[in-house]
Design a protein around this ligand. Structure first.
Ligand code: HEC
Ligand code: HEC
Length: 493
């Protein structure tokens, strides 16, 4: 790839941007404000705002360049209007508008399998891309670690590539995951759902920034070499430009159709305030890991405190009061946390009396402030018997993906002999440890309204489904009104 060619392409895109600034709007992107670092996009329940703390959202950044061989850029899967992931309605629009030629639709990981029938026909068969089109899922081919404490057998293989052997002889499993938002990255304690790009740990305030930049540079290089099918590894300088762009970019809901501007009457919604939210590894840690020694405060979110005691009775005041009640539910409504691997087993406590903020403890960003991979059961396969997890899974709309049995064996160094059925072994495919089966990170909870579906596998199509899942999973006993309040809060993030 001639680097000048991509520079020229993006330069002309930039010039086009200035031109569109002169004439107004282009494809929903407001170029008028992009040059001062703000972009606004409508989403299903209001307006999403993207803000760059560097002062400009520069579309000349290599994030927007073709850096590999298949025509993709980072933006192919991380689009500003979708809170820097991709969403099924826009994916379907891109397929229709390009007749399947948009580089997102590449067999390497965009189709259900690289050799699905019709994957390369002209136009490609949408059935070959059904997981991407319907759930925004990308295929991640994870090698089984050489030291794995388990063996894997395929229980169901709907597309024919559940388990493959690569050119170096390694056995790979196909798991299907949502692109994590490449925004609000200053609040990460792990990179990727399974933390596989957290090469240098994000657990110490002294090394946080340097390690985050190192990890994200490595992540970007791997994205270029895999998703973009690169042949020439990118330079450190290019990776640094991408990482600087990513870390400076914040995304959050800015206005809600019912509650109005999320900054009104002193509320602190939107990405500009988010860019000033303090963060360091361990901040407000719920397990006592705050390096300052400060105790955990369950009031993780405080953005809408000022809306708690509104006296006016206008419709928007009622909607704002609901958002504030939802915030209080998130921070304080009791949850019975049971059977969460990484938490109940690690603490040796069968039931933890917690709140949403027990796991989403990072102040006003909502991730977990230390790397604690957890299995809340999203990738589990419902068994049809009763129990909170099965009921909770019944609230979701999971994708049709391969199912695996992982058999742990003491002969392989495992702790015990047992079998786990799952659609995604999560962190176990990084460490090889039985204890890590199904564990993933809890993501940052901002810009949610703009990036459905939710969870690693898109199993929740809506925030209502997310709340129904948790209400069953952790036996919250929420009323219909309380659920609505919690949803209104989540969509205001
Ligand atoms: C074909 C789609 C695709 C392309 C192209 C792509 N990504 Fe991603 N990205 C993903 C997926 C899927 C994940 C989550 C995978 C996982 O967790 O296993 C992800 C995760 C990430 C994350 C991790 C965020 C977090 O919270 O841990 C970052 C950062 C990121 N991508 C940046 C980039 C950059 C930079 C580029 C371009 C060099 C890029 N991506 C290109 C699909 C893509
Ligand atoms: C026991 C820990 C735990 C508790 C308690 C918890 N979460 Fe989560 N949350 C997670 C983990 C882990 C994930 C990622 C799961 C996955 O994708 O497989 C997650 C994911 C989410 C997501 C999806 C975000 C996205 O972008 O896809 C939302 C929304 C969410 N949680 C909201 C809540 C709310 C609301 C509550 C309280 C009702 C709550 N969580 C309680 C651990 C927890």
């Amino acid at each position: 790839m001639d680097p000048n060619a991509s520079f020229k392409t993006s330069l002309s895109a930039w010039i086009l941007g200035i031109f569109c600034f002169a004439v107004g709007l282009a494809g929903g992107r407001t170029f008028a404000t992009s040059r001062v670092g703000i972009e606004l996009f409508s989403d299903p329940t209001g307006t999403l705002e993207v803000f760059s703390s560097s002062g400009a959202l520069d579309s000349r950044n290599p994030f927007f360049h073709v850096l590999g061989t298949n025509g993709r850029t980072c933006e192919s899967c991380h689009v500003a209007s979708d809170a820097y992931t991709i969403t099924p309605p826009h994916i379907q629009q891109r397929f229709a508008a390009s007749n399947g030629a948009d580089p997102l639709f590449r067999p390497v990981d965009g189709s259900n399998c690289p050799d699905s029938p019709g994957v390369n026909s002209n136009p490609p068969d949408p059935a070959a891309y059904s997981l991407l089109l319907n759930k925004g899922l990308i295929r991640v081919g994870m090698a089984i670690p050489a030291n794995a404490q388990f063996t894997v057998s395929v229980v169901s293989d709907p597309y024919g590539c559940a388990q493959t052997t690569d050119s170096t002889g390694r056995v790979r499993l196909s798991v299907y995951r949502r692109p994590l938002p490449s925004t609000n990255l200053r609040f990460l304690s792990a990179v990727m759902f399974d933390g596989r790009e957290t090469l240098k740990p994000l657990n110490d305030p002294a090394t946080y920034r340097a390690n985050l930049e190192f990890d994200l540079a490595d992540q970007a290089r791997d994205a270029i070499m895999t998703h973009e099918q690169g042949v020439t590894p990118p330079t450190q300088d290019l990776l640094k430009q991408i990482v600087d762009f990513e870390i400076a970019t914040y995304s959050a809901q800015q206005a809600d159709n019912s509650a109005g501007p999320l900054v009104s009457q002193g509320a602190k919604g939107g990405p500009v305030y988010l860019s000033s939210v303090p963060y360091y590894p361990g901040i407000n840690d719920s397990l006592g890991g705050n390096p300052t020694g400060a105790e955990f405060n369950p009031n993780t979110f405080t953005l809408f405190n000022v809306w708690q005691n509104l006296t006016s009775h206008t419709p928007s005041a009622a909607a704002r009061a609901s958002v504030a009640r939802g915030q209080a539910i998130f921070d304080t409504a009791p949850l019975l946390i049971q059977d969460v691997k990484g938490l109940n087993d690690a603490l040796g406590v069968a039931t933890i009396n917690g709140t949403c903020s027990t796991c989403h403890d990072a102040i006003n960003s909502g991730g977990h402030s230390l790397p604690v991979p957890l299995d809340i059961g999203i990738a589990s396969v419902a068994t049809g018997s009763s129990g909170p997890l099965n009921e909770a899974l019944g609230e979701l709309h999971p994708p049709l993906v391969p199912v695996y049995d992982l058999t742990c064996s003491t002969n392989l160094g495992g702790p015990l002999n047992f079998t786990v059925r799952t659609t995604d072994p999560g962190r176990a495919l990084v460490t090889g440890r039985c204890a890590d089966i199904g564990k993933v990170k809890g993501p940052v909870l901002r810009g949610l309204a703009g990036h459905a579906p939710y969870f690693q596998n898109g199993a929740a199509d809506t925030l209502e489904q997310v709340v129904d899942f948790y209400n069953d999973r952790f036996q919250m006993g929420l009323t219909a009104n309380e659920k609505a309040d919690l949803v209104n809060f989540l969509r205001s993030l």
